[in-house]
Design a protein around this ligand. Structure first.
Ligand code: ADP
Ligand code: MG
Ligand code: MG
Length: 254
């Protein structure tokens, strides 16, 4: 069974075509990595999938759980079980992580026709996930992301992901590089929630993350298209040879 099926996806920003025909199928239990040089369209793909404003889809379809994802509002996509770890998390002064997460969890439950969690059930869930993600109470009481270090932001996001129990988690990592602690936080968290029922799409410029979150498939995104796919060893080959080897294969290097 296919969980996510992207077919011939084209998208523009300000009239400029960024995605030029993406095709990708993801099944439950799989980890897919998307790599590619800066400006290839990796974040655009993540943003289009989660429905971030500012992008226009000009062609193609994205079927998620049998539904056309592109017709759903961002919160409906979350309700269907899509989670995006933001490359640059927002800060919300005055809103604690606990209250933010409570709202998010209950919105998803509402979408699925479930009652909101009562205080006791929410506390039980939060305690379970805090232990799993090795996160402490003080982080959850503070205003969302305000004054958080890079590592704390990541820990917080991964905690949110664990609370929401997504079917497909999309991780868009900064090209400038997470420090090694943040990489451990992200990968430990992802590996703990990974199951045969869910899937991960890990977007990364560098191979390093993939030492920790081991992909079943690696795809190279270049100039708005997936130009090459392969097993996890492809990530190592890219690291070793650089993206020029992709350009050479495409006949772009003289
Ligand atoms: P990547 O994540 O692979 O580095 P992006 O998806 O962020 O690439 O960007 C792809 C292309 O789209 C780049 O050429 C970038 O300059 C352009 N782009 C991204 N966001 C915007 C924007 N808001 N307005 C105009 N161009 C953008
Ligand atoms: Mg970039
Ligand atoms: Mg990016």
């Amino acid at each position: 069974m296919i969980m996510l099926s992207i077919k011939n996806l084209h998208a523009t920003i300000d009239g400029k075509e960024i995605l030029r025909g993406i095709n990708l199928d993801i099944k439950p239990g799989e980890v897919h990595a998307i790599m590619g040089p800066n400006g290839a369209g990796k974040s655009t793909l993540a943003n289009v999938l989660t429905g971030r404003p500012g992008y226009e889809v000009t062609e193609g379809s994205v079927i998620f759980n049998g539904k056309e994802l592109l017709e759903l509002a961002p919160e409906e996509r979350a309700g269907e079980g899509l989670f995006l770890s933001f490359q640059y998390p927002v800060e919300i002064p005055g809103l604690s992580t606990t209250n933010f997460v409570k709202t998010a969890v209950n919105e998803v439950r509402k979408y699925r026709g479930q009652e909101p969690l009562d205080a006791v059930a929410f506390l039980k869930l939060i305690k379970e996930k805090m232990a799993l993600m090795e996160i402490n109470q003080s982080l959850l009481s503070r205003s969302l992301n305000e004054g958080f270090s890079g590592g704390e932001k990541k820990r917080n996001e991964i905690f949110q992901m664990a609370m929401l129990e997504p079917k497909l988690a999309i991780l868009d990592e900064t090209d400038s590089g997470l420090d090694i602690d943040a990489i451990r936080v992200v990968s430990n968290g992802v590996n703990k929630i990974k199951s045969s029922e869910n899937a991960v799409l890990a977007i990364t410029h560098y191979q390093r993350l993939l030492d920790y979150i081991v992909p079943d498939f690696v795809h190279v995104l270049y100039n708005g298209k997936i130009v090459k796919s392969g097993p996890k060893e492809l990530a190592l080959e890219l690291e070793e040879k650089g993206y020029d080897f992709i350009k050479a294969e495409l006949g772009e290097l003289q």
